[in-house]
Design a protein around this ligand. Structure first.
Ligand code: SF4
Length: 466
């Protein structure tokens, strides 16, 4: 997925930057942090790469496609500049940050000599020094060191992707080493932020008018931050840090909507569901990636749970007092996946009834354990399985969405819908997209909408109050 932070900001130095982001919310949030550092240096932000003195590509390696895209994008940027008149051409720095920067490091300079700057996943706070090196005449600048206490965890974005929903990192990195995943290599080991800093950040966001925060981490359930300085007297006494953090934010931040992602099925438990039931502002949505429906494949993936254990978590979620939406991720064609294993994935999807599912074909990622195994499922079989899975999910999702027809939902309105003139769009507390006709005056507000029909990935409705 490609996101662009495309607001214009005034510039103090006269210099401008442009950031293009690939990947998940964590990457979007890193781009927000990089933008904050650059704005702090006096740079202005622009919406087109050709207007920028510094172009940063924030990369993702979780799947193969975004990684390839980065190199082709560098080529496109270079070709785009060839078309400019000589007088209009200014010195432009192209930089790569994120997972590809961390993993490929110096190799990027060889593969794409136009790139002058490589910024590792822990080095966003080093942007000023790295840019200073280039300005001092060094041909290239790079920092891919990984530290235990990366300073970027405490960089507060000046602006967020939307003015109404803010991402807040609670834990960064991952210790799990699932066999297919490159994240522990590119993002490093888990580090949790202190609860007090998170609480202060969420209170600050509420005071700035934000109505929703999404707490981010590769595995939020293994949050282990310190609670030093936090008054826990109002709390139920739970010792589990993630549940404590949810409770703390629900009780003390005043934030209207609190969402979190991503959960790991091994660490997710019924206590989390109980706390979600206790507090209205903990939104009824859980993203719980199964990755496969076959216990045999889950073992090979080193996921540390069986199909049965996964289904027990799902049962706990379904027993909640509120109707909690469940979304997930699924990989098809993992090395050694048989037709019988794949059938188990299909049956899991039917049984869980996901409200949304990200579905991928397996592709080997460098350094991972799975990459040492033979990529044994032929590409054609992977494609065919992916299509079958998509069909099953489409049918499940149609039924899940149709249940909403006639219901009233609360929508946080985030802007104009791509559906056309006069159509607004936003999300429900359970993270569904809702489109409806309304004037611009509702943007940024929480409004009531009655659902009248559905599409494959959204709900359509009519505004009940403005
Ligand atoms: S839990 Fe597994 S899939 Fe998720 S980031 Fe960690 S290693 Fe990757």
């Amino acid at each position: 997925m490609l996101y662009q932070l495309n607001r214009r900001r005034t510039t103090v130095t006269g210099k401008k930057f442009y950031i293009e982001t690939y990947g998940c919310q964590m990457n979007v949030h890193d781009s927000e942090k990089a933008a904050a550092v650059l704005l702090g240096m006096g740079y202005g932000q622009v919406a087109k790469p050709e207007e920028a003195d510094l172009v940063l590509l924030n990369t993702c390696m979780v799947r193969e496609k975004p990684e390839k895209k980065v190199y082709s994008r560098v080529g496109e940027l270079k070709r785009g500049r060839r078309g400019e008149k000589k007088n209009d051409k200014k010195e432009q720095i192209i930089g790569v940050m994120g997972c590809v920067a961390q993993s490929e490091a110096q190799k990027i300079f060889r593969r794409a000599p136009e790139v002058k700057l490589v910024v590792g996943t822990h080095s966003i706070g080093k942007l000023p020094q790295l840019i200073a090196e280039l300005e001092a005449g060094f041909e290239r600048a790079i920092d891919v060191r990984q530290t235990k206490e990366p300073d970027f965890l405490e960089i507060s974005p000046a602006e967020h992707q939307t003015p109404y929903v803010a991402y807040v990192t609670i834990i960064e990195g991952c210790d799990n080493f699932c066999s297919f995943c490159i994240v522990p290599f590119t993002r490093g080991r888990e580090r949790s932020r202190p609860a007090l800093r998170i609480l202060q950040e969420v209170i600050g966001l509420r005071e700035r008018g934000y109505q929703e925060v999404q707490l981010l981490g590769q595995n939020v359930n293994s949050y282990r931050g310190s609670f030093d300085g936090v008054d826990l007297s109002l709390h139920s006494g739970t010792e589990e840090p993630f549940v404590r953090l949810l409770e703390l934010l629900a009780q003390r931040s005043g934030m209207k909507r609190i969402k979190y992602t991503t959960s790991h099925p091994r660490d997710f438990n019924a206590r989390i569901v109980e706390v979600m039931d206790e507090y209205e502002n903990l939104c009824p949505w859980v993203h719980l990636p199964a990755q496969s429906g076959s216990t045999r494949i889950l073992r090979l993936m080193r996921r540390d749970y069986s199909r049965q254990e996964y289904l027990e978590r799902i049962e706990a979620i379904k027993k909640a007092k509120r109707d909690i939406s469940i979304t997930g991720d699924m990989i098809v064609g993992y090395p050694g996946e048989t037709e019988a294993d794949f059938e188990e994935t299909l049956s899991l999807v039917r049984e869980v009834e996901y409200d949304g599912l990200y579905m991928f074909k397996y592709s080997p990622r460098p350094n991972t354990h799975a990459a040492k195994r033979k990529d044994s499922v032929p590409e054609q079989v992977k494609t065919e399985r992916l299509l079958r899975l998509q069909q099953v999910q489409a049918e499940v999702q149609r039924r899940r969405y149709e249940r909403y027809i006639g219901r009233e939902v609360e929508v946080l309105v985030e802007g104009h819908s791509a559906r056309g003139q006069g159509q607004m769009t936003g999300h429900t507390a359970c993270n569904k997209v809702v489109n409806f006709a309304a004037s611009e005056s509702v943007v940024g507000k929480l409004v009531r909408v009655r659902i009248t029909s559905t599409t494959q990935n959204s709900l359509l409705g009519e505004l009940l109050e403005g």
